[in-house]
Design a protein around this ligand. Structure first.
Ligand SMILES: [Zn+2]
Length: 549
């Protein structure tokens, strides 16, 4: 069995270099805790010499117990003119009191002479002194060879000499960095292989690459295949410019494609999506739906041909079994999807009896509705209702007889909206009105008020999200609008959609589906609230508003 590949997480240090990503001290501690739970052996927490927040992080982390992880503080080698023990950056690293210190130094002569203004020999001494000092202070030292591959292309002997300085002084891991992220995979593989043969027996060789050429994951894997045993990266690939290597993808690939043992262990990856989503959530960045292994679309099939094949042989269009990474295959019902996609969805709906519904007819209906601007993609609840409504024994729980919405602003006062709806349930009609801070809000409240009279179970149902998209942008303000509503209840959330040239009518259609779906899912039966009975009038009589508000 080969040595395990150790995944070294630098989300809290290199990941925070991503434009727009800001982590508070509490956020950093939360992510560190989660990475430890996931089994990471190394968590790079920050650069204590560069900002007070990172110093506070290490101070706070000293009071925490980590089950798996060793914390690493990151910093640079000593300044050319300083002795290591007097260098402020090195002192801050020691003061962070972490078991591991990761320091970076220069491998590329261009940087040594032009950026640092040092001689090649001075740079080697800076690396050796810094590592030796940290070793003497009792730290495990990881040495990050910045710009290693670019340095190696310019002067391979010198680049290798910098690594030797670090290893001679006691670094246990030397990490080859593609700091500019522009190297090709065969270059990374060849240079890593030669370092492993020169340095390998004396130190662990690691890899740290950026994604500027879109190759960070590929280059990390190539380095592993060339003998690297330590891979640095970030959760979701967060990082400067185009990002760091995505450890989530690398972890999946190492375990599932290369069959290599990893730390954290790769034998159970079912919680991988949870980890990716947790970090995205804390970082306040929308999770990438199309991320390999963990995105919500990672195993979603939309094309008709793909759908048909997937129904027959599930792995026909899937590179791994989705359940291995905690996912499920999903067929997207849309105008691009054929009969198979609709049939698959029908099968998933089997518990509600889809007998007698023809998949081909269903597929035609979906295409027709989508051509008119409806969208079932992502609106599974509206699709399920479509099926439900085709069933012979289905009686809709309510009918919206009519509605009115008024929006007005007078004399510069804040605008107000009022909606009234007339709803028929069980042969009786109820007319209600409500004010809202906008027309959709008012409509939602009025509808809810009316339906709530008959279905008290709807009290626990609330709006989670409301999105509007213009379908036919060329038609400008005359364009059709698609409204997507997410509704929540303690039992879960569901998504419905409505489309119309009128944004209010589109919203009402989505709200209608949402309430109808809720009544169905909650198995709610009409039961009359006595206090409101007097406000109901029998069908055919003139209706009165239940409440004026
Ligand atoms: Zn980096």
């Amino acid at each position: 069995m080969s040595d395990p590949i150790v995944l070294y997480d630098t989300t809290l240090r290199d990941g925070t270099q991503r434009e727009g990503l800001v982590l508070s001290l509490a956020d950093k501690l939360k992510i560190a805790r989660r990475l430890d739970e996931a089994g990471f052996a190394y968590i790079e927490g920050g650069w204590p010499g560069s900002n007070p927040k990172d110093e506070e992080f290490f101070a706070a982390a000293r009071g925490m117990t980590f089950r798996h992880a060793r914390l690493a503080a990151f910093g640079s080698t000593r300044h050319r003119a300083n002795r290591a023990e007097e260098d402020p950056n090195i002192r801050a690293l020691v003061a962070a009191e972490t078991p591991v210190t990761t320091i970076f130094g220069k491998s590329w002569l261009l940087h040594v002479t032009e950026v640092l203004g040092a001689t090649p020999e001075e740079n080697l001494a800076m690396i050796g002194d810094s590592v030796a000092h940290l070793r003497a202070a009792g730290r495990e030292v990881v040495y990050d060879a910045e710009h290693f591959f670019d340095g190696c292309k310019a002067d391979p002997a010198y680049a290798l000499a910098t690594l030797r300085s670090a290893v001679d002084a006691g670094a246990t891991t030397v990490v080859l960095c593609d700091t500019n992220g522009g190297c090709l995979t065969d270059e990374v593989a060849a240079m890593t292989r030669s370092v492993v043969s020169e340095i390998g027996p004396r130190a662990i060789v690691g890899i740290h690459v950026h994604d500027d050429a879109g190759l960070a994951v590929a280059n990390s894997l190539a380095a592993v295949q060339a003998g690297a045993n330590h891979v640095q990266g970030t959760i979701n690939g967060y990082g400067e410019r185009c990002g760091n290597a995505n450890l989530v993808t690398i972890w999946g690939n190492l375990a599932l494609k290369l069959g290599r043992p990893t730390v954290p262990a790769g034998d159970d990856l079912t919680r991988l999506p949870e980890l990716a989503h947790f970090v995205a959530e804390v970082a306040n960045i929308a999770p990438d739906a199309h991320a390999p292994y963990v995105g919500t679309s990672a195993f979603a099939h939309k094309g008709g041909v793909h759908g048909a094949a997937t129904v027959r042989v599930e792995r026909a269009y899937q590179h791994v079994d989705p359940s291995v990474v905690g996912g499920t295959s999903r067929l997207v019902v849309s105008e691009l999807g054929g009969r198979a996609n609709a049939a698959w969805r029908l099968r998933q709906l089997e518990p509600i009896a889809t007998e007698g519904i023809d998949a081909a007819e269903m597929s035609r209906l979906v295409k027709q509705l989508e051509a008119d601007g409806a969208s079932f993609e992502g609106a599974d609840a509206s699709f399920d209702l479509l099926v439900r409504r085709l069933q012979k024994d289905y009686a809709p729980p309510f009918r919206i007889v009519d509605f009115t919405v008024i929006v007005e602003r007078r004399n510069g006062a804040p605008s107000r909206a009022e909606a009234s709806v007339k709803v028929e349930v069980d042969g009786e009609i109820l007319h209600t009105a409500a004010d809202g801070n906008g027309p959709v809000h008012a409509l939602d409240l009025a509808l809810r008020k009316a339906l709530g009279v008959f279905y008290p179970a709807l009290d626990g149902v609330h709006l989670v999200d409301y999105k509007v998209r213009i379908i036919d942008g060329d038609a400008a303000t005359a364009a059709r609008t698609r409204v997507i509503i997410e509704t929540g209840h303690q039992s879960g959330t569901w998504i419905t959609a409505g489309a119309d040239a009128n944004i209010i009518a589109a919203s009402l259609a989505a709200l209608h589906d949402s309430f109808e779906y809720a009544i169905w899912q909650l198995d709610a039966r009409p039961e009359r609230r006595d206090e409101l009975v007097s406000s109901r009038v029998a069908l055919g009589q003139r209706s009165q508003p239940a409440e004026a508000s």
